[in-house]
Design a protein around this ligand. Structure first.
Ligand code: GN1
Ligand code: MG
Length: 352
């Protein structure tokens, strides 16, 4: 942990540091909590430079959003500059940056049917969209172009397929076919949401359940992990949150019979979300909401499958077939959502 303490010294006085603890379950960055004697703990992160090449743009986006939020609420963390006023510290390993920790908070990987928490997640995402509606999206850098575009993700999938070794192609045979079967439908929807008809807004782009902090009363406090905040459509955030909030099992679950889309959790989430954004959403956005949980879950499955075919170069893995397990998991959820689309649509209409 010595290397982390060496970095921590740039953000606070070394005498204040009580303990350093690795935290988080992110697939990409490395995260630590610095426990400080004054109680104002700090979250320190090493940014993965293979994924985030524009560190300047990334930190500018995060700072812009957190500064804006801190003007209107104290629920969100604040950006912590180094003691000499820099946004991050550069080392041989990459770039380190810090934000304040939210005291007495915790995360859930699965809601286990808890509908109160599901509604609170919806409220928190809606509030996030609402609180950021005044930011001019032009000031945010597009640091991960076409992040949720199916066009990009299918392009990468087909490239991976061409280069993948035979063994992995064979093992992933059914998932590859599943992806191809959905291709046209997914591309059509992607075209609809990214062709410029929907308003550009500030969106989170990774509002999964484990990026929502809760207090001890089961109330969601705020969203964390702002690295993917960019201009985009709130429609994809809606689906991305539900991908995990309404999933009966978490993203790494291997037993497919445990994986389904929980309609009750879905309904509660929608209630919370729509209540916050009712006056802000346009008819075109509302129209597109219902298909988004399927779309984003599919995109995530496709990305895991692509990484599996690429021999695991993007997401960190804990065992050999981890990315394939994740892809099977997400595609299982897609199948279940697909069968429930009619009801999914009717819930949104009844909440408006
Ligand atoms: C990645 O690193 P993490 O866990 O915050 C990914 C997201 C995916 C997510 C899947 C920059 O997020 O897009 O939704 O894994 N982030 C990036 O759990 O690719
Ligand atoms: Mg993330």
């Amino acid at each position: 942990m010595n290397d982390v303490i060496d970095i921590a010294k740039h953000f606070c006085s070394i005498d204040l540091i009580e303990e350093v603890e690795p935290i988080g379950i992110g697939h990409i960055n490395r995260t630590y909590r610095l426990f400080l004697k004054d109680g104002d703990d700090i979250i320190l992160q090493l940014i993965n430079g293979n994924v985030f090449s524009d560190i300047q743009g990334l930190s500018q986006n995060v700072e812009t959003v957190l500064n804006h939020l801190s003007e209107v609420t104290d629920k969100y963390p604040q950006y912590v500059n180094t003691l000499s006023g820099e946004r991050y510290v550069e080392t041989d390993d990459g770039y380190w940056r810090a934000i304040t920790a939210i005291p007495d908070s915790k995360v859930w990987l699965n809601l286990n049917g808890n509908s109160y928490r599901a509604q609170s997640c919806g409220t928190t995402l809606g509030e996030f969209h609402n609180l950021l509606r005044d930011i001019d999206t032009g000031v945010l850098k597009d640091i991960l172009p076409e992040f949720h575009s199916a066009k990009r993700r299918f392009r990468e999938f087909h490239e991976a397929l061409q280069n993948a070794d035979n063994k992995r192609q064979k093992t992933a045979y059914s998932q590859i076919n599943f992806a191809k079967d959905f291709e046209n439908k997914i591309l059509d929807y992607s075209n609809d949401i990214f062709s410029g008809v929907l308003p550009q807004r500030v969106v989170h782009n990774d509002p999964k359940l484990s990026n929502i902090l809760f207090d001890s009363d089961d109330e969601a406090i705020c969203l964390i992990d702002y690295d993917t905040v960019m201009a985009g459509s709130v429609v994809t955030d809606f689906g991305d949150a539900l991908r995990t909030v309404a999933a009966s099992a978490n993203e790494d679950e291997k037993s497919v019979d445990k994986i389904s889309f929980d309609m009750n959790l879905y309904k509660q989430f929608v209630k919370g979300y729509i209540n916050e954004v009712k006056s802000m959403l346009t008819d075109k956005e509302i129209d597109k909401l219902y298909y988004s949980p399927l779309y984003i879950t599919f995109i995530m499955g496709l990305r895991f499958l692509t990484d599996y075919l690429n021999n695991d170069v993007y997401y960190s893995i804990n065992y050999d077939d981890h990315n394939l397990v994740r892809a099977i998991n997400q595609f299982t959820l897609v199948k279940d959502i697909n069968g429930k689309l009619k009801e999914i649509k009717s819930v949104i209409i009844s909440d408006l």
